[in-house]
Design a protein around this ligand. Structure first.
Ligand SMILES: Cc1cc2nc3c(=O)[nH]c(=O)nc-3n(C[C@H](O)[C@H](O)[C@H](O)COP(=O)(O)O)c2cc1C
Length: 203
């Protein structure tokens, strides 16, 4: 049975959240393709996972919550991550989840079972960080996730980005509203298309 692990980390509800709207579009399309499949859902903003502490890192046996988070990650055929940009990077709640599930020898290292797992990152940001834009060098959101999930953990990562979400509410960005609307349209279409593609890969 197909398993989707869906994580959100936006502070805001669906109607005000670019990243939640992307993960919602992906998830709904995924569920249409896999009505018998299961979705494990974590709202990391509403139900935060704890930061690592020394006892957790040093424990001989994994504490129950860390064991459960890693099991959810390992069980998933696809991991869908809502990753809004806050202060140029991922929300700290998402970083806390990553710290819990990244474990050398289990999820990180040569030949670990999660290697090759598919991950879809749904990112939303107020500005634009495309190559050539003034703030391109400040993009520590999807660049970070691609490095850690793709290069370090060996997962297959697709990034879907919605940009310029602050244009409609920021007078200085008014000229960018058409680009913001186009980015919203394209990213939502891609989220649904990506869900269909990923669903077709898993029976
Ligand atoms: C605390 C906070 C920090 C933010 N930092 C940035 C930032 O560094 N760069 C940016 O382009 N937008 C920034 N924004 C705007 C968000 O990236 C934007 O609202 C985006 O749509 C967030 O995704 P969400 O709607 O799913 O929460 C910030 C918003 C908040 C609330």
């Amino acid at each position: 049975m197909a398993v989707l692990l869906h994580l959100d980390s936006s502070l805001f509800p669906l109607e005000n959240s670019g990243s939640r709207q992307l993960t919602d579009a992906f998830r709904r399309t995924w569920q249409e393709a896999h009505p018998q499949g299961s979705v494990i859902y974590r709202d990391l903003a509403a139900d935060r996972v704890p930061h690592l502490d020394a006892a957790t890192v040093a424990a001989d046996t994994l504490p129950p919550l860390r064991r459960q988070l890693i099991a959810e990650f390992e069980k998933a055929d696809v991991v869908l991550i809502g990753a809004p940009m806050y202060n140029f990077t991922v929300p700290s709640t998402l970083k806390a989840w990553l710290d819990q599930i990244i474990l050398a020898g289990r999820t990180f290292g040569e030949g670990v079972p999660a290697s090759g797992k598919r991950v879809v990152v749904a990112s939303s940001r107020g500005g634009s960080y495309r190559p050539g834009t003034p703030r391109a060098g400040f993009e520590f959101d999807t660049n970070y996730l691609e490095k850690v999930l793709g290069d370090a953990l060996g997962l297959r990562v697709e990034v879907i980005t919605r940009e310029l979400t602050l244009a409609p509410v920021t007078p200085a960005m008014a000229a960018l509203i058409p680009q913001a609307e186009e980015s919203a349209r394209q990213s939502l279409l891609r989220a649904a298309e990506s869900a269909r593609e990923h669903a077709a890969l898993v029976s």
